[in-house]
Design a protein around this ligand. Structure first.
Ligand code: SF4
Length: 100
């Protein structure tokens, strides 16, 4: 991730919007980053994104987060409200994790 690119809700959005107070992703920003982390392969990346979406589905401000992400449009980068935002050609709900 570049230094000027907007960041995931866990890193920036919590500070910017009181509707997200109590978010389950507080302090977990790297988990919600849409870009692969250093050394992360495709499978690890997909699993991390799926894990982030799981956190979202249990988040007390999920509905508010969905609204905030919609308001931010392209400035919402990462996993917001269990949905990937900001990855070229990869917007939408994260894929389910394989269980086998
Ligand atoms: S729904 Fe997900 S991204 Fe949004 S505040 Fe909750 S945990 Fe964070």
């Amino acid at each position: 991730m570049t230094g000027v690119r907007p960041r995931a809700v866990g890193e920036l959005g919590l500070l910017a919007d009181e509707r997200l107070v109590g978010a389950a992703c507080a302090g977990l920003a790297p988990m919600f980053d849409i870009d692969p982390l250093p050394g992360e392969d495709n499978e690890q990346h997909a699993e991390r994104i799926s894990d982030a979406a799981h956190v979202c589905r249990n988040c007390p401000v999920l509905d508010s987060c969905r609204i905030v992400a919609a308001e931010l449009v392209r400035d919402a980068i990462g996993v917001w409200a269990a949905t990937e935002h900001g990855a070229a050609g990869r917007t939408g709900r994260p894929k389910k994790r394989r269980t086998s």
